[in-house]
Design a protein around this ligand. Sequence first.
Ligand SMILES: Cc1cc2nc3c(=O)[nH]c(=O)nc-3n(C[C@H](O)[C@H](O)[C@H](O)COP(=O)(O)O)c2cc1C
Length: 508
Amino acid sequence: MTQTIAFPDAKTDPAALRASLRDLRSVLRVADASAPALMPEALGDASFLRDHGVRYAYALGSMANGIASVELVEAGAKAGLLGFFGSAGLPPERVEEAVDRLQKSLGELPFGVNLIHSPNEPALEAAVCDLLLRRGVRLAEASAFMALTPSIVRYRLTGLRRGADGRVLAPNKIVAKVSRSEVAERFLSPAPEALVRELVAAGRLTADEAALAAEVPMAQDVTVEADSGGHTDNRPLISLLPAIIALRDRVARRYGYARAPRVGAAGGIATPASVAAAHMMGAAYVLTGSVNQACVESGSSDQVRRMLAQAGQADVAMAPAADMFELGVKVQILKRGTMFAMRAAKLYEIYRAYDSIEALPAAVRQPLERDLFRESLDAAWEKTRAFFLQRDPAQAERAQRDPKHKLALVFRSYLGQASRWANAGVADRALDYQIWCGPAMGAFNEWTAGSFLAAPENRRAAVVARNLLYGAAVSTRAHFLRCQGVVLDPETARVEPLAAEELDRHLN
Ligand SMILES: Cc1cc2nc3c(=O)[nH]c(=O)nc-3n(C[C@H](O)[C@H](O)[C@H](O)COP(=O)(O)O)c2cc1C
């Protein structure tokens, strides 16, 4: 029930004003200014809540190798958030197991799975697409796409039909992660005609589905990802988000959609202020990553969670990526407490300078064998080869013909294992841990310092997310008052983390 609480000015009874600001159901009047009642459900786009069947416009982004675990997705779904299972890097059988469990444990509650573009492994991308279609997974987080592929187009268009009201219904929803306008435009636009024709000719789409393709955007939600953990273009949200919202408006006008796609925000979001700011800039929803890896439900290890809890905003660095190593692509990782950034950079430098394992001088080769691989590079190659013979035999065959490719695969195997050692908490590999992480982690640690959320074992995904949403609502109300000339003292406006029971009291 909404009630109005009035104060003659911001100076009278600061404790009561502070409490009233936090009572989100109340309309607050301070002298001539007012702040409306504002529950966190009102932050973001109401159609996001309706379409996805969630309580909050808040998503937990995919994190590879099951770091965005089944447990994380379940915790999110039960709290009214939209979680994406981190399928990247996992074989299709593991993804199917996760889908199986989520469908059973969540019933009607929504969840999605990452459909990641794999330029080196198109068969894997197609296999995950097939799996999602076969298992009726209706929501995918599309990421790492530069151009659209037959798989992602097939996923989106399968099942397209015209509803009773004349609008085209798309049973498969895509939340597309982008950090560049040109990629955003592809997802904001309908599927390219040439690809649609190709899929029809191959019997992978029906003529009826193809005929409706021009009326829907490839993605009904586009997440603008600013400087983040993992793959990132390191762009600031404050400049990128408004540009892509404006692009969405132009593209939606061009195609005259019945419903324009929504634009959400990710990258650096880990405090009440950043959630509030994203919404203030027009984000339809927010999506977090780094902060969720630090939560107890993530598929990472306690060792990593402890390291993440120590991170400051500047304790991150860019390091060569395992998946696009040869192209010089980098990912953002935790620098503090590991030597991974330095070691991975060294591997890339060596890869650029030499054309084969055999060409490495002893002075280069020996430290690698001693410190990084802890075995001879020949032995490392044998293991790498066995891995690729199972996963993608074409890579192993190419490496036999092309010694530089062989060098790349061996180096990539170290980078890939470095992430697995971190997830498994392999103690004697702590210096090699590759932990994807953005400055959001440090921001969260700064905000939670001295509170119960500073302890890694207390970081539960739903408590974290609900605190950010609650705090964002409080901050937004304080902002409204400030915009009307009310001067709030810092203590009145400050939001600190609340325990689960107290959150329930404010939010339920
Ligand atoms: C450990 C980790 C792994 C990630 N793996 C993936 C992934 O496999 N696919 C993907 O789309 N995004 C991935 N991301 C990005 C997140 O889904 C999210 O977009 C990003 O972390 C948001 O920025 P933030 O880290 O500043 O919160 C990953 C992020 C982290 C921290």
